[in-house]
Write a protein that binds this ligand. Structure first.
Ligand SMILES: Nc1ncnc2c1ncn2[C@@H]1O[C@H](COP(=O)(O)OP(=O)(O)O)[C@@H](O)[C@H]1O
Ligand SMILES: [Mg+2]
Length: 223
């Protein structure tokens, strides 16, 4: 992705939220994005994942320029390549844990993958919670369902926006370990927005944003 710019326009204001940000990530690589609240991290993630349109610039997913695709083609590409984990879990309240995990497959018209979904839920320690509804689960358990959902279609890249932001430290630790383990096992690239320096340090690259720009970048061996 290159020279990415995002301007929010309202009736009386123009707000430049991203200024010519350039960034790319190789297969299976891990990158943390840190920076103060309002610095554009969520906006950047939304553009990279094709959830939102850039005002200027180009985003390529798996070599495909998103701006050249129509909405349907983009949704199909997203469904094939991309997984998401949000701060607020975003499970569907009327579906059980296993039904939530199966949603990305349903969206592609694939059925009969209950066994895989159950196996993923087992891997995140919820083998005995398959038929529970989100409201019957703790925050940490809900985020583990969301992790299983994000990996069920074996995405090439996973975007996680403050995945532990709503969890206490004790709950967050195991979730983070699961996130990195699932990622490694599936060979998925990971872009992780976080306020937590310990979490950021688990990624091979750390990108720091401020005021809509990337202001620092460091690389290390990771875990
Ligand atoms: N839909 C929107 N309309 C107008 N301004 C927005 C919108 N979404 C985000 N912003 C503004 O863009 C800036 C960056 O927001 P965001 O990407 O959410 O930052 P971060 O995730 O780093 O906290 C903030 O100043 C925010 O108020
Ligand atoms: Mg944010």
């Amino acid at each position: 992705m290159s020279e990415l710019r995002k301007i929010h326009r309202t009736a009386s204001h123009e707000l430049t939220v991203l200024r010519d940000v350039s960034f790319s990530l190789g297969e299976g690589d891990t990158c943390a994005i840190i920076g103060p609240s309002g610095s554009g991290k969520t906006t950047l993630l939304g553009l990279c994942a094709g959830l939102d349109d850039a005002t200027a610039g180009s985003v390529k997913l798996d070599g495909q320029p998103l701006e050249e695709l129509d909405q349907d083609a983009r949704a199909a590409l997203r469904n094939r390549l991309v997984g998401f984990v949000f701060q607020s879990f975003q499970l569907i309240p009327t579906l059980t844990a296993i039904e939530n995990v199966l949603v990305p497959l349903e969206l592609r018209g694939e059925s009969g993958r209950q066994k895989e979904a159950a196996e993923l839920l087992r891997q995140v320690g919820l083998g005995d919670r398959l038929d529970h509804y989100p409201l019957q689960l703790s925050g940490g358990e809900q985020q583990r369902v969301a992790l299983a959902r994000a990996f069920i279609h074996r995405p090439k890249i996973l975007f996680a926006d403050e995945p532990t932001g709503n969890l206490d430290a004790e709950t967050a630790g195991p979730i983070v370990d699961m996130l990195f383990r699932l990622n490694r096992d599936a060979g998925t690239a990971l872009v992780l927005v976080t306020h937590d320096p310990a979490l950021a340090a688990k990624a091979r690259r750390v990108v720091k944003m401020s005021g809509g720009s990337i202001v620092a970048e460091e690389e290390h061996a990771g875990v």
